[in-house]
Structures are given as structure tokens and as C-alpha cells.
Design a binder for this molecule. Sequence first.
Ligand SMILES: [Cu+2]
Length: 112
Amino acid sequence: MKIAFSTACLILTAAFSAPGFAADDHAGHGAMHATAPATAAMIDGLVKKVDKPSGKVTVSHGPLPNGMPAMTMVFRVKDTAWLDQMKDGDKIRFTAADVNGAMTLVHFEKTK
Ligand SMILES: [Cu+2]
């Protein structure tokens, strides 16, 4: 199921960055998101599984600013030390960016 979820996610990510969707330079579009200010909308998420050896975390997330609907998917993390601060069932808020083709948590904070 996890593989199916992340595959669906990759397809969606590709679809939303396709030239037909963003008629302008979509590379620049992606860069804009990657450098979004810290005030960018935080996304609510629920940690489902922390995978420290792989440096990844499975998160059930709400809708993303890039158009991705709510789903459960695997994210990389910008700083693998963050994985020590997360555990299954934690509620977090985060911002994500496409880093070298992989959706990556670039900021996160725990919510109570
Ligand atoms: Cu997703």
C-alpha cells in the first residue's frame, strides 16, 4: 500500500509540473516554491512511519499549495536529525519542496 501511495503521489507531482499545467517555465516555478519565505502556508500532517535508515518519513498530509490533494506519502527530510524528533502518531506542520525530484520536508514543527 505504501508503494502504491507514493507512486500515485509521484504521478500527481509530475502531472502538476507538466508544461500543459504550468505554461510558463516550470523549473522557475519549482524554484519559486523552494525559496518560499518562512511565512509560506504550513501544511498539517500526521507522522505515520519514521524510516531513519532511509532518511524518510511517511506523512498523512492535507492539501499542498502545489495542488497535491490530501494523501499519505513518503517524504525525504532536509535534515535527517529531524527524524529523531518525530515518532509515529506525531502531529506536525510542515512545508515541502521538490528537491532533485523528491518531495522533501524543508521545514517542520510539532503541533500539540
Ligand atoms: Cu502527497
